[in-house]
Design a protein around this ligand. Structure first.
Ligand SMILES: *Cc1c(COP(=O)(O)O)cnc(C)c1O
Length: 299
């Protein structure tokens, strides 16, 4: 599904802080890898789409909130790779579609709304889906595209990097993307996952669960930072908003407020604290998600 020769830009970031601390910082622009299936979601979908084709499924069925990057990516992938798509959307239907759902529908996705209570109860939700849609006619992709095939796809993110690095940083929602990164690290490379939601040890446990599925895994050269969630998933604070705006002004790189903004804020805090040594090279993965900014209230 992915063109292996695709080149993902690695953009050098030079400013007062990186200069003062003599850090070589680069942003891996996964947000530019595809116009609509942007960022990490393309990697998470790759092997799921292959599997759906292999199983001769005509429909992809998946889940997400009303502003979900995954819903947008999955709808676009369905259009591009000739699948029908069904999106199970958390919450009530609104007559005015928000930009994410409007985009999904324009890609041909059928939207099916379920209450938040039902959405949270996975067993009841799956029963509901089986009743609503004829059994076994679809390929099911979990929320966020986070399953083993998603992790497998994310192992390939570092293949696109053409320079040596000491650290690689990635925002974590479910931790599936970061697990793929962790699995791909060489001995002298370290990973830092930035947890964007508030729940102690949540990503640590999730990542350990994903990694235990890969028996070849033996290294332990990564850590999860839980300091920069700004109060919880999709929560923002004035200092985060200012940071994202200033970063875009200075470096012409738009960040989203849910994932990449929090990671980048965290990276700068760690640089200022002297967490990295002089002359070390850090790669920050821009996992995309810019469409999700339309759902964030900034006032
Ligand atoms: C979905 C998403 C993530 C989180 O990926 P996980 O694999 O769930 O940790 C990070 N960044 C962006 C922009 C996303 O859309």
């Amino acid at each position: 599904m992915q063109n292996d020769s695709v080149i993902i830009p690695l953009q050098a970031i030079i400013d007062d802080i990186t200069t003062k601390h003599r850090i070589r910082l680069f942003v891996l622009r996964l947000d530019q890898n595809h116009p609509h299936i942007s960022g990490n979601k393309l990697f998470k979908l790759k092997y799921n789409i292959e599997e759906a084709k292999k199983e001769k499924k005509k429909t992809l069925l998946t889940f997400g909130g009303a502003f979900s990057n995954h819903i947008a990516a999955c709808a676009a992938a369905g259009k591009e790779f000739n699948f029908e798509t069904i999106g199970i959307i958390r919450g009530e239907e609104h007559t005015d579609l928000n930009p994410t759902l409007k985009f999904a529908m324009e890609c041909g996705m059928k939207l099916h709304y379920v209450s938040r209570t039902l959405y949270q109860n996975k067993k009841e939700l799956y029963q509901h889906i089986e009743q609503q849609f004829p059994n076994d006619s679809f390929y099911l992709i979990p929320e966020g595209g986070s399953n083993i095939l998603g992790v497998k796809g994310c192992k390939e993110i570092t293949d696109t990097i053409t320079i040596d690095f000491d650290y690689i940083c990635c925002p974590c929602g479910t931790g599936a993307t970061f697990s793929g990164i962790a699995l791909s690290l060489k001995e002298n490379e370290k990973g830092i996952g930035f947890q964007v939601l508030k729940a102690e040890n949540y990503i640590k446990e999730e990542v350990n669960n994903w990694l235990s599925e890969f028996h070849s895994f033996s290294q332990n050269n990564f850590s999860i930072n839980e300091e920069f969630h700004f109060g919880g998933y999709a929560k923002v604070k004035p200092e985060l908003i200012d940071f994202v705006k200033n970063f875009n002004t200075q470096h012409s790189i738009p960040l989203d407020y849910i994932y990449t903004g929090k990671m980048m804020y965290g990276i700068y805090e760690l640089i200022k604290r002297g967490h990295f040594d002089a002359n070390q090279t850090i790669i920050a993965i821009h996992t995309g998600g810019l469409q999700g900014n339309k759902g964030i209230k900034l006032t």
